[in-house]
Design a protein around this ligand. Structure first.
Ligand code: NAD
Ligand code: DAU
Length: 331
């Protein structure tokens, strides 16, 4: 296929592009604004086979240039970190809301298939059982509220204009190249450096962990086999409390339990996420990677790829860390 993939210099988008080029021979144009979370080196493995347009999804001229020749748009571009959305929410409305709208207009003008990459956070928190695609939408944070608005806009373009739009909602991803503001890479890098491991609240919040390649293949499945106007959940095979995640990382890195430090809880912190993926499994998708195996692979990747994370930990991430956690990183 000829794809325009937006936000593919980030964690999940770069994995998706690698899979599509390697396993499907797709022709890919990437549109990415290269924010703090986006890096050209994330696309190193496919650099020779893609066209890269540096620009923002809320800029119609950049989108028009990037959409030339595309058959479909897959949108990963977003502001993605819940804590940043609490501290500084406006960038989230612009990218996640307005940016998605500009992409939808570009798809409408050209009659393109459109897949929106979304999140389980649109459903809010669930004490027991799992969310289906029919569950009510109850987002808690500015991040998830803007993602919910975007999902509704995407679906409105199907109902109003008959545009073949689809939504794929993933659970918590982990794997290589995830920016270290997120729980798993943050804890791995702090453990390797001997920095404290900041656990929010009582550490008993539960997340449904999905290895990034499994999500990449799930989105590919929705792109190829999904029905227009439909939503598909894509959840991981294992759920885990944050404290258990941290305990496993301590074991895998050989760091000491005394590094765990309980810190002030995130405002409006969702207690538990859990997705039923039965609908996507009905299209033939399955999560292949169990948490134990994926986490061990991820720790190995961070150990072996200091070239990737050292510039981040010594760059603007240090200031973010100091601002957010009120202490500095050792190195
Ligand atoms: P990320 O933060 O690693 O990457 C985001 C990418 O979008 C970066 O390359 C950044 O430069 C780009 N970007 C940001 N603003 C842009 C703009 N205005 N115009 C163009 N590009 C812009 O994100 P990720 O974790 O890879 O998430 C990708 C998508 O998947 C997001 O839509 C997110 O909501 C969704 N999602 C993430 C997870 C997760 O656990 N990380 C789970 C479910 C869904
Ligand atoms: O569920 C999908 C979502 O997963 C995506 O839509 C988001 O883009 C992605 O950021 C992620 O959101 P979370 O808020 O669940 O992920 P995060 O890694 O920020 O936090 C995971 C859990 O760990 C959460 O309960 C908060 C906790 N946490 C996080 C950090 C950064 C800590 O205890 N300490 C920390 O320092």
């Amino acid at each position: 296929m000829r794809l325009l993939v937006c936000g593919a210099a980030g964690f999940i988008g770069s994995t998706f592009v690698e899979l599509r080029v390697r396993e499907h021979g797709d022709q890919v144009t990437v549109l990415d604004a290269l924010t703090y979370a986006g890096r050209r080196e994330n696309l190193r493995a496919v650099e020779a086979g893609i066209r890269f347009v540096h620009g923002a999804i809320e800029d119609p001229a950049a989108v028009a240039e990037a959409a030339e020749g595309a058959e479909a748009i897959v949108n990963f571009a977003a502001e993605t970190h819940v804590d940043r959305s609490i501290a500084d929410p406006f960038a989230f409305s612009v990218t996640n809301g307005q940016g998605t709208h500009v992409l939808l207009e570009a798809a409408r003008e050209r009659g393109l298939r459109y897949v929106q990459v979304s999140t389980d956070e649109v459903y809010g928190s669930i004490e027991s059982g799992s969310f289906t695609e029919e569950s009510p939408l109850r987002p808690s944070s500015p991040y998830s509220a803007t993602k919910t608005g975007a999902d509704l806009l995407v679906l409105s373009y199907f109902h109003t204009y008959g545009l073949p739009t689809l939504v794929c909602r993933g659970s918590n991803n982990y794997g290589p190249r995830q920016y270290p503001e997120k729980l798993i890479p943050l804890m791995i890098l702090n453990a390797l450096a001997g920095d404290p491991l900041p656990v929010y609240g009582d550490g008993r919040n539960v997340r449904n962990w999905l290895y990034v390649e499994d999500f990449g293949r799930g989105i590919g499945h929705v792109l190829e086999h999904g029905a227009p106007g439909e939503v598909y959940n894509c959840g991981g095979p294992d759920e885990c409390e944050n404290l258990e995640v941290v305990g496993r990382i301590l074991k895998l890195t050989g760091a000491d339990e005394s590094l765990i430090e309980y810190v002030t809880d995130r405002p409006g912190h969702d207690r538990r996420y859990s997705l039923s993926s039965a609908k996507l499994e009905g299209l033939g998708w399955r999560a292949r990677t169990r948490f134990e195996e994926g986490l061990s692979r991820t720790v190995d990747w961070y150990r072996e790829n200091a070239w990737w994370w050292e510039p981040i930990r010594s760059g603007s991430y240090r200031e973010y860390y100091e601002r957010h956690y009120g202490r500095s990183l050792k190195r």
